[in-house]
Design a protein around this ligand. Structure first.
Ligand code: HEM
Length: 127
């Protein structure tokens, strides 16, 4: 049996990702830059998609791909105008949510480094 533990397991599994994403979306829902980009009637579903994606990425169940197929994040974000302001707004909401988690600092750093890199990779609109 492997003794390697995934970050998903180390930080507390699904419950921790649920907490992260629900805090994040509470902030998105009142953010003037981000709120208009998200579907009015489907906020809960959007939160679920992000949560399932992150769970899968960090070594948990692959429910995201069973439901949505290959993530193709750049393609799925192409319809939104993501400039550095939108990226920074997204990261600011995510930073507060990540900072609230009761997890090891090394895991927090690993999670945050990935999120920063991923957000940068989704910028698709130059100033
Ligand atoms: C850079 C700033 C970002 C902005 C402004 C942004 C915005 C959005 C918007 C408006 C949606 C549509 C909501 C929905 O109906 O699902 C979405 C979906 C999604 N975003 Fe982002 N996003 C950003 C960064 C990220 C990052 C860094 C990740 C992953 C680490 C991510 C993962 C996702 C996922 C998994 C979905 C659902 C895709 C699907 O299955 O349709 N996003 N994003």
């Amino acid at each position: 049996m492997s003794t390697e533990q995934t970050l998903f397991d180390r930080i507390g599994g699904e419950a921790t990702f649920e907490q992260l994403v629900s805090h994040f979306y509470a902030l998105v829902s009142v953010n003037p830059i981000l709120r208009p980009m998200y579907p009015d009637d489907d906020f809960q579903a959007a939160a679920e998609r992000l949560m399932l994606f992150l769970i899968q990425y960090w070594g948990g169940p692959h429910t995201y791909s069973e439901m949505r197929g290959h993530p193709r994040l750049r393609m799925r974000h192409a319809q939104f105008l993501i400039d550095s302001k939108a990226r920074d707004a997204w990261l600011a909401c995510m930073k507060s949510a990540v900072d609230e988690l009761k997890i090891e600092e090394s895991d927090r750093a690993e999670l945050w480094n990935y999120l920063e890199m991923a957000a940068q990779s989704l910028v698709n609109t130059p100033e």
